[in-house]
Every structure is written in structure tokens, then in C-alpha cells.
Design a protein around this ligand. Sequence first.
Ligand code: FES
Length: 145
Amino acid sequence: MDFDDNLPVGTSDASGDAAGVRACDVTILVCSSCRDETGSDAHPRAGERLAESARRAAVGQGVTVRTVECLGNCKRRLSAALLRDGAWSYVFGDLNVSSGEDLVTGAQLFSTSTDGLIPWRGRPDSLKRGLVARIPPLALIKEDK
Ligand code: FES
């Protein structure tokens, strides 16, 4: 899948101001249980190696890396999510064990976004091709009439 998911949402969060953009906290959530393409159960799992790659890339970058045992995206191989309070949440798949730097780049773009979306421009290819879903913050959901 290759599409521009960076559609306008008609809202903005409080992360930006006219003088400059304040960075918001972004968490990279990596599935540590994902297996590599061989399906091996060996440890460390490929997901654990991806988490370690993200931790190394995040050093000094103001990005938090956490792990979870499954993101429910097992068919798309190595998976991770980017989370930010009050912003859209993103799930990615088809990553590899060295995608940590891409996740940190995406997290940095996300942290200074003024519309609560990860900008398409500058987003690493793995986070374009690997996009599985984006989920709006509850505050953005309007009730059906
Ligand atoms: S085991 Fe990684 S998404 Fe399910």
C-alpha cells in the first residue's frame, strides 16, 4: 500500500505556536514478539532486535521506546506503533530489525507536527509503505447524528 495518509483533519493541537513548534512527547511502541521471515521462535526475537535498534537510535533524541507482546498485526511481520497524546496513533508493519532509525525519524517528525499527523514529506519509506492504520484521538471523533 502506498498512499498519502496525511489528509487534513480540520483541527490542530496545542503543540505549535507562531514563534516556533514545541516538540511533544512521542512513544515508539515495538512488538517484541514478532518473528522474522523464517518464523523462528529463537530468542532474541526479531521484534526484540528491532526494539534494540530503536533504543540505540533514540539515545539523546527525546523519544521513548517501549515494547509490547503483540500489536495484533502479526501477518505484517515486524510491527511498531507511534503514539502521541492528543494526536493520531499509527501502526506500521513490514519493518525489519534495523528499522529503529526510521522509527525515530518518524517520531521526531511527529513530535513537531502541528496538526497531530505524521508529515508525509520526510517520512522514511518504510513508514510510508508499512503503514497499516492510523487511529484518531477520541477528542477528534464526532458523534454520528
Ligand atoms: S507478534 Fe508482533 S504483532 Fe503480533
